[in-house]
Write a protein that binds this ligand. Structure first.
Ligand SMILES: *[C@@H]1O[C@H](CO)[C@@H](O)[C@H](O)[C@H]1NC(C)=O
Ligand SMILES: *[C@@H]1O[C@H](CO)[C@@H](O)[C@H](O)[C@H]1NC(C)=O
Ligand SMILES: *[C@@H]1O[C@H](CO)[C@@H](O)[C@H](O)[C@H]1NC(C)=O
Ligand SMILES: *[C@@H]1O[C@H](CO)[C@@H](O)[C@H](O)[C@H]1NC(C)=O
Ligand SMILES: *[C@@H]1O[C@H](CO)[C@@H](O)[C@H](O)[C@H]1NC(C)=O
Ligand SMILES: *[C@@H]1O[C@H](CO)[C@@H](O)[C@H](O)[C@H]1NC(C)=O
Ligand SMILES: *[C@@H]1O[C@H](CO)[C@@H](O)[C@H](O)[C@H]1NC(C)=O
Ligand SMILES: *[C@@H]1O[C@H](CO)[C@@H](O)[C@H](O)[C@H]1NC(C)=O
Ligand SMILES: *[C@@H]1O[C@H](CO)[C@@H](O)[C@H](O)[C@H]1NC(C)=O
Length: 538
């Protein structure tokens, strides 16, 4: 089963969940959840691994699966988080009565059978015993009707205590049989799950979830790769120029901006959270994001125009990455985006400039909310090539700044939607060019190119009392000079062949062309709509 959850208008994400949950070490479908605790595992054949535990007063947590004697007699809607079902107690199983302990079935958190809605646990919103129909025998078990939902806010907290939960998961499946080589990891993860589970049982008010540390080894088990390459024209316009003294016939002046990108990255995601379902609250939360791969891109401009062009920050391409879904409780939906922004000021004739920007990401990891543990050492930015050609004109300048921003957005939605926000990680690489010719006597074009890498994490809004938009921080900000050179001698008539600067290749890729997974993810490289400011003829 695959379904799409919307966390916000701009962020659409796809959480791929395969049907047929299989009992893993943590959840046991044969044991009734009547002891004040219960667990649920992400489906073994989904693209993610993880477990959810709940615990609390014995009467506040119950079970409507066959393990506790219940048989649902209506057809469950497998996609509804809110539904009415009818059920009967089979063979007068004594465990059935557990559902009614404490002040009755209403507001009990129940384990829901596999396939009865996407949710592992539901709140009983209403309960009634249906009138047995005239033809049925008095000895038959009564039919109960339950309305189930995930509106934990509506539940009256029990006098006996809260219903707590803890979650941990990662967006790579380490449990699938095809991954036999990772069995050891499965076991070590299970033991760390147990540790967290016990810790949440024993302790409250613990700070940063220490379980984050246990994900660092396993995140890269088999993360889903993002492979994308594309070229697009961002902006292309021309204006008519009247005949002038310099150019005696009418002509046109134009500017064209192009971008190309070649992205091969994997995004690993781990999440831990803890809090209570009743009353609904999250008190501990942590994400780890692991990035590996490379992002290669180029920006180029061809212009014979004067003026400025400025673009807003535009998403060139975006794809959803399988995340973690604990329906009704916590949904973590990541998305990878490539954004670009460009500003240029043209005062030179016949500019033709291009820059290659690339990143190498190796074992890079981030922890959110920001705290010790992020590792940005593995980010290697570089530029393979800077090319500029122009006809030098005295006093003329060309300035351009191009940004290329790979960004990971992680949509969060918790506890039936009572809180949601988006956490982001961006790697803003910018290239800055300045070309100027200064001296009338010797109008050499001087080129100054540098690149800057700024890595930051942040959040768009608040999430419980855990963090808000002010949590944003820069983890890494460094400028790398690319090139600084005056060259010539130039011909003062400015009709000399264009000067060309080529920065030697720092690195050549020998990779064979890789498959584009655009169709799979529905990604596309989108043109941006630049603002043209004061364009004029040379
Ligand atoms: C009454 O019960 C009989 C047998 O259990 C069933 O066939 C019939 O559909 C029921 N009628 C109603 C109105 O539920
Ligand atoms: C949840 O319950 C509260 C209190 O009963 C109610 O105000 C709210 O509308 C409900 N939310 C949903 C989504 O049904
Ligand atoms: C993983 O986390 C543990 C505990 O924090 C640490 O000792 C270990 O060095 C980490 N490993 C990697 C590869 O980061
Ligand atoms: C820009 O537009 C002109 C005409 O509209 C076209 O001839 C030219 O090929 C375009 N350039 C690019 C790079 O798309
Ligand atoms: C500017 O470039 C366009 C397209 O390359 C060309 O058609 C036009 O003649 C050029 N104009 C000038 C003034 O060089
Ligand atoms: C720019 O990048 C695209 C996509 O990776 C590539 O096809 C193109 O050849 C590159 N252009 C230059 C000038 O490097
Ligand atoms: C890029 O990363 C790979 C490992 O993923 C490493 O082997 C290679 O040396 C790195 N290249 C640079 C230029 O850092
Ligand atoms: C080159 O650009 C950098 C950054 O913009 C600046 O700090 C430096 O002073 C410039 N150098 C020259 C010679 O203009
Ligand atoms: C955001 O969080 C910080 C630190 O937790 C806090 O000091 C600040 O008041 C919060 N801002 C808002 C608008 O809630």
């Amino acid at each position: 089963m695959s379904f799409t959850t919307k966390f916000s208008a701009t962020l659409c994400l796809t959480l791929v969940l395969a049907a047929g949950r299989r009992a893993l070490a943590v959840n046991d479908w044969s044991v009734p959840c009547t002891q004040g605790k219960c667990s649920w595992d992400l489906p073994a054949d989904s693209s993610a691994s993880g477990a959810l535990h709940i615990w609390g007063p014995t009467s506040a947590i119950s079970d409507i699966t066959p393990a506790a004697g219940w048989q649902i007699t209506t057809n469950c809607d497998p996609s509804a988080t809110t539904q009415k079902i009818q059920l009967v107690c089979q063979d007068s199983n004594p465990d059935c009565d557990h559902l009614f302990q404490g002040g009755g079935a209403v507001d009990t958190i129940v384990r829901v059978p596999d396939g009865c809605g996407p949710i592992p646990f539901a709140r009983v919103a209403q309960h009634q015993i249906l009138q047995s129909n005239l033809s049925s025998r008095a000895s038959e078990a009564p039919v109960h009707e339950l309305a189930l939902d995930t509106n934990f806010t509506a539940a009256t907290p029990s006098q006996d205590g809260n219903v707590h939960f803890s979650i941990q998961g990662m967006n790579s499946n380490i449990g699938s049989p095809a991954r036999r080589g990772h069995q050891r990891r499965v076991r070590s993860l299970t033991s760390s799950r147990d540790k967290i589970y016990r810790r949440h049982f024993l302790a409250s008010g613990v700070n940063a979830p220490r379980g984050l540390g246990s994900f660092n080894h396993t995140l890269a088990a088999n993360p889903i790769p993002i492979d994308f390459s594309g070229v697009t024209n961002l902006f292309n316009t021309s204006i008519e120029c009247p005949a002038s003294a310099a150019i005696p016939i009418s002509s046109s002046a134009s500017v064209s901006l192009d971008v190309g990108a070649d992205v091969h990255v994997t995004v690993g995601l781990g999440a831990v959270a803890a809090g209570s379902l009743i009353p609904p609250s999250i008190t501990e939360f942590g994400l780890t994001i692991a990035l590996d791969g490379n992002v290669d891109a180029n920006l180029s401009v061809v212009a014979n125009i004067s003026g400025q062009v400025s673009s807003p920050s535009i998403t060139l391409f975006q794809i959803g990455i399988p995340g973690l879904s604990f329906p009704g409780i916590l949904e973590v939906g990541p998305e990878f985006k490539l954004m670009s922004q460009f500003d240029a000021k043209f005062g030179l004739n016949n500019i033709n400039a291009a820059v290659d920007l690339n990143y190498n990401l190796s074992g890079v990891s981030f922890v959110f909310p920001p705290q010790a543990g992020s590792n940005v050492d593995g980010i290697t930015p570089g530029s393979k090539q800077v090319t500029i050609s122009t006809s030098p004109d005295v006093g003329a300048t060309f300035e351009a700044t191009g940004h290329l921003i790979p960004q990971v957005d992680i949509g969060l939605s918790a506890l039936g939607g009572i809180a949601s926000t988006t956490v982001f990680l961006n790697l803003d690489a910018s290239a800055d060019f300045t070309v100027s010719t200064t001296s009338i006597a010797s109008p050499q074009p001087c080129v100054n190119a540098s690149s800057d890498l700024n890595v930051g994490v942040g959040a768009q809004g608040s999430f419980f009392d855990l963090f808000n938009a002010s949590v944003g921080t820069s983890l890494f900000d460094k400028e790398f000079p690319l090139f600084q050179k005056c060259f010539g001698p130039a011909n003062p008539s400015s009709t000399a062949p264009p000067a060309t600067v080529t920065l030697s290749s720092l690195r050549r890729r020998h990779d064979s062309p890789r498959a584009r997974h655009l169709a799979l993810f529905g990604g596309s490289l989108r043109p941006l709509h630049a603002k043209r400011l004061d364009l004029s003829c040379p």
